[in-house]
Design a protein. Sequence first.
Length: 355
Amino acid sequence: MLEAPNLSGSASSTAPTGHTPAPMVQVRGLKMHFPTYAGLLRRRSGEIKAVDGVSFDIPAGETLGLVGESGCGKSTCGRAMLRLYEPTAGQVIIDGQDVTAVRPEALRQLRPNMQMVFQDPQASLNPRMSVAAIVGEPLVEHTKLSKAEQLARTYELMDQVGLNRNFAHRYPHEFSGGQRQRIGIARALALNPKFIVCDEPIAALDVSIQAQVVNLLENLQQRLGLTYLFISHDLSMVRHIANRVAVMYLGRIVELAHRDALYNKPLHPYSQALLSAVPEPDPQTESRRQRIVLTGDVPSPANPPKGCAFSTRCPQAMAQCHVSAPVLTEVEPGRQVSCHLYSNNHLTAEPTAAH
């Protein structure tokens, strides 16, 4: 059986000796630029800045939610962290190992510690392989277990994610969307990882079973001491599962804060607009809620605007916003915002509330 690490309380709390352990995941200045080509000779004409200088930490045993509009670079960030894409620049340290600096053969040795649950369970599972073969494939590649031990481990993983063992020799097309996602989660757990990137794991599922998959991820985290990067555009679900939330816009993080602080009082104008679109379950609260409707379209990551990337749509943009890009700065303990409203010259600025 898998054994959970000994976590006493919150992973971000200070140890009894007064020493704060290093975060499980440390990302520093991560960039992922895709070259673009034009002309008959296919010469390089520019680049798409999908991820443009992202930095954050994830303490062991916690979940960081990464939210933003479609196309803002969330999934690319997650894939670059695991080197499924080769990062253009930056550093990613997972469990003390610099993932971006190691050679491919050494990277393969690090793979068991970091895994990914993909967005579309139908596309991420080989239709020609049975469940036993899919879940057991990491065991074949990375362990020396016998056939019998591999099958026993596969059964154990199916039990953990709530799949009937009798279905081990069926194929992906014979399962529902929620069951297929459970197969993907079982595969990700096969090698006892410490860090899992969940790339919109519920986006392709029916609303009726989204909560089941999220509850499963939470239960596994508590039992096994897992650390998650939970990528999603479902802000209500992120509020349920995440400890902290990072808001991303056009390849950059514009606000990073504890979940309750962000949802109760977003500071960045983009965060305010994003959260103002989340419906309230209480009809009276919903009737009083004020939507912040942004004008214009999201700029192209191949040609981002000068200065702040959000300046072309921001209702509170100033002249400075069109000239210089703001830096992600800590404005409160544990809270970072990338906005000129919170620079030294504008600390007294009072942003519009989102609710």
